[in-house]
Design a protein around this ligand. Sequence first.
Ligand code: ADP
Ligand code: ASP
Ligand code: MG
Length: 522
Amino acid sequence: MVIMKFGGTSVQDAAAIDRAAGIVRSRRKQKPVVVVSALAKVTDQLVLIGQKASRSEADSAVELVHALKDRHFQVAGDLLGKQGYKEIAPKLELLFEELEDFARGLAAVHELSPRSSDALLSFGERLSSEIVAAAFAQRGLTTSWIDSRECVITDANYTAARPQMEATRKCCQAKISPLVSKGKIPVMGGFIASTSDGISTTLGRGGSDFSAAIVGAALDAKSIEIWTDVEGMMTTDPRLCPDARTIKRISFNEAAELAYFGAKVLHPATLLPAVERNIPVYVLNSRNPSGTGTRITAHAPSGREMFRAITAKTNISIVNVVASRGIMVHGFLRSVFDALDRYGASVDIVAISEVSMSFTMETRRLPEALLVELEKIADVSSENKQAIICLVGEDIHGRPGIAASVFTTVANAGVNVRMISQGASEINISFVIKESDVPHAVRQLHAHFFPIDHAWTDALVRPSRARLDKNANVSRNNGNGSGRRTTGRVGTGGPSRAKPGRISGSRSASSPIQSANRGKKK
Ligand code: ADP
Ligand code: ASP
Ligand code: MG
């Protein structure tokens, strides 16, 4: 069995859904189970509907509902023949009636609880999965629509619910396995789930990837395929740096670290269920189905570059907490950590010195009340619009000079570093810079650690090492026909042989995957 997840852009319109049908057909023999996101941007629109409704702007919320309705009916009309459209129209009509009533209800009570927000956002995937299932059937695939909320069971942590794997396993095996055995292709929405009492939950934004992994683990799938709009996991976000290129093989640990530190291509929790069952995950491009994409497995062979990839996580705040005079150091730290714990604050990077502590958090998750509480024991200041840059690679373990090389590159780019962290696992180096410096810093780091010469030679049958070494540092065409010239290094070894930098007083958030993955084979 193969789980095939199609993201928002891969089901954004009739042409994309038609392509997805072709991709699923090509996997028919491998018994696909299909998980789909909402049509691109629909979840954002639902968030907006919630905001408007909670401000009692009922009319403009309903206007947005109608715009969504027009778009979904248009896509269904473009995809389905007369008969198919006749069958699906009443279902869509009912869903939109329910959505409009819900929006008006929210406007009437002036509020949007996390629980109502999940119910509201669930419409995106409920709608898309109905349309995709109908479109596949129309194209001769024997599909069966499944309500994900009857299969994926979670706790009641609304907006970021966590799966209860035992219950989920039972439900998936009862509802999905018999269909697959009969040769049917189940189609279900990602992102949405329910509590054991049947209340709708969601797995957090971007959570359809996570759904695919949960269902894959529950059904012991052979592989999980994440179909998206880029050629796999790339050496950095291609939107930030046009020279980014596909990573062919990457380990679970590395991919999890990248996802955690901002590589939007995968939801950060995605890999845990796959790691636990040792199921390979592929990230593939739905616009180029013949591409090989990225293969994520427990272990991955070393690449020629020192790092596997660079990510940037924006919308970060730095909080500086300086102990008030007279407070004992150990008491101070305990009070700060207690406060973080009470607010369930999930910090990314922490730096501690004798009487002060700085930490970073996603700005939207930083509770004002936490700052007020910390002010009782310390001088507190915070700065928004910061970003974490993270360079990830298992090969950096035990190699001297790497941190120096990273920070020399950043310094040469004229970018100021605010905080630094290198985890004990030595799988990443992360640091904090101003958000506005991100594009420049990432491009400079990418040019330094992923020289274009490597892309050029990777694209060809690899010449012998002797020839590569001889040609090192010689300018040449990058092979993309752009005529662009470069003088990057060829071969292994660090671009810099500077002395190692010393990093202290900080730690990185390490992913739960690292412990789950220990001892897994390729
Ligand atoms: P989907 O809708 O298929 O879930 P997403 O928008 O969630 O797709 O994720 C794909 C996007 O992730 C890409 O368009 C790309 O801009 C972004 N991205 C960020 N970092 C990376 C990376 N390292 N490799 C590939 N894509 C990345
Ligand atoms: N539709 C949801 C979102 O936009 C889930 C996903 O696309 O993965 O966040
Ligand atoms: Mg996504």
